[in-house]
Ligand binder design. Structure first.
Ligand code: SF4
Ligand code: SF4
Length: 101
């Protein structure tokens, strides 16, 4: 499930630099997440990094965008083709992921 930002967002900007995939940007009224870039931090953290820093905790799973770990990992690998460590961890099935906490 890709993460999305709800209308509770107060536009503080804290989440944007935390995303490993540069999926977050300033939208017209609130910050937004590009679902094509969000991996729910699979491959990088065992939690959603945006939600961890959000003062109002409004970076939450988008129920209209359900996705599993395999799909999210595939996206992470596609977005980071030069990340040898990620590739190695994927092959050894030792990635960090919110699904494995
Ligand atoms: S859940 Fe992770 S990958 Fe998705 S937008 Fe937040 S920080 Fe980026
Ligand atoms: S950290 Fe939360 S409140 Fe701040 S811009 Fe991101 S989503 Fe909005």
């Amino acid at each position: 499930m890709a993460t999305h930002i709800t209308t509770d967002c107060i536009n503080c900007g804290a989440c944007e630099p935390e995303c490993p995939n540069e999926a977050i940007s300033e939208g017209d009224s609130i910050y937004i997440i590009d679902p094509e870039l969000c991996t729910e931090c699979v491959g990088f953290y065992d939690h959603e990094a945006c939600q961890a820093v959000c003062p109002v905790e409004c970076c939450v799973p988008d129920p209209s965008h359900p996705e599993g770990e395999a799909e999210l990992l595939e996206r992470a690998l596609r977005l980071h083709p030069d990340d040898g460590e990620l590739k190695q961890r994927a092959e050894a099935n030792t990635i960090v992921s919110r699904f494995r906490k």
